[in-house]
Design a protein around this ligand. Structure first.
Ligand code: SF4
Length: 301
């Protein structure tokens, strides 16, 4: 048996067993990232799609995802990869990357292609002429395989390019500290401001996410996203508390100015009984947030 300390779940894993994230596995008594280098998704995206609006606006970034996630959001938009699957990490490839690259189809999913950190960094360099500024780790939850994020980010930095992380932020401070020094900019979800929503609906820890944002914002460019789900986190009072807490970080801990993205939910995956968030609600909540924050953006409207 071995214990994983990456996130709030603290999985105790028997030999050969996968954690709930379906990305980490006990091998020879050690918990490691079984998804290391296994790339399920790759694209050259506008930086605003991460979303990052205040970090090299107008640029593009090679964005990669693997598989696995430690949360269980019922409305997950990427459930095909975030809920994980068994994968031979030797990575025979299989997927024709040209078929999924730069907006192509993904009908061969869920096969993966193995890209070691140096190969990924070299790929990023190849696309600099097309406006690429570096590599973003995104799509699934990158930090359930944080070892790859760290190794690849080092290679990207060695080549003078930028690194971006898009994450749910629900990992231990130990992992946060290991990763943060290698990441230039982040977009972290703060999905709501009640423990009940985090614990009962998402299977996460609000406090762990808040601690992550607090620590990471001291050294990385930080933007935060809140997805507004009707009936769960769509009150003006909750938005006041979210924006007030972020404003406190802006003032209190030396963080650079933090932007908030307020995003519209659409029915997906297991949550199909709740209609998409009303656009007027999003604009109203953005106005509420602007009472506390200088940079508020709306998404999916
Ligand atoms: S990262 Fe995965 S294996 Fe580790 S504690 Fe979290 S869910 Fe469990």
């Amino acid at each position: 048996m071995a214990k994983c300390g990456v996130c709030h779940r603290g999985c105790d894993l028997a030999e050969g067993q996968m954690g709930l994230c379906m990305a980490r596995k006990c091998e020879n008594g050690v918990v490691l990232a079984a998804n290391y280098g296994a790339i399920t998704s790759i694209a050259l995206d506008p930086i605003e799609k991460k979303p990052l609006n205040l970090f090299y606006p107008g640029s593009k970034i090679i964005s990669v995802g693997s598989y696995g996630c430690n949360l269980r959001c019922p409305f997950c938009q990427n459930h095909e990869i975030s809920y994980g699957f068994s994968f031979d990490s030797a990575g025979s490839g299989g997927i024709d990357l040209d078929n999924s690259f730069f907006g192509g189809t993904r009908d061969q999913f869920p096969e993966c292609r193995f890209l070691d950190p140096k190969d990924l960094a070299e790929l990023a360099v190849e696309y600099v002429h097309g406006g690429n500024i570096g590599v973003a780790f995104t799509y699934n939850e990158p930090l359930v395989g944080y070892e790859y994020v760290v190794d690849a980010a080092k290679e990207v930095h060695r080549r003078g390019l930028k690194t971006v992380l898009v994450s749910n932020g629900c990992v231990s401070q130990k992992v946060c500290e290991k990763v943060t020094e290698h990441i230039d900019a982040m977009n972290i979800d703060l999905k709501g401001f009640t423990d009940e929503y985090y614990e009962k609906t998402l299977g996460g820890s609000r406090q762990m996410v808040m601690d992550f944002i607090t620590t990471a914002a001291k050294t990385s460019h930080m933007e935060v996203t809140t997805l507004i789900v009707p009936g769960y986190n769509d009150t003006e009072d909750e938005m006041k508390r979210i924006s007030s807490w972020i404003a406190g970080l802006n003032e209190g801990n030396g963080a650079k100015t933090i932007a908030l993205h307020i995003s519209r939910y659409f029915p997906r995956f297991k949550m199909t009984d709740i209609s998409a968030t009303n656009v007027d609600t999003i604009y109203k909540l953005a106005d509420v947030a602007r009472e506390n924050l200088a940079h508020v953006f709306v998404g999916n409207c």
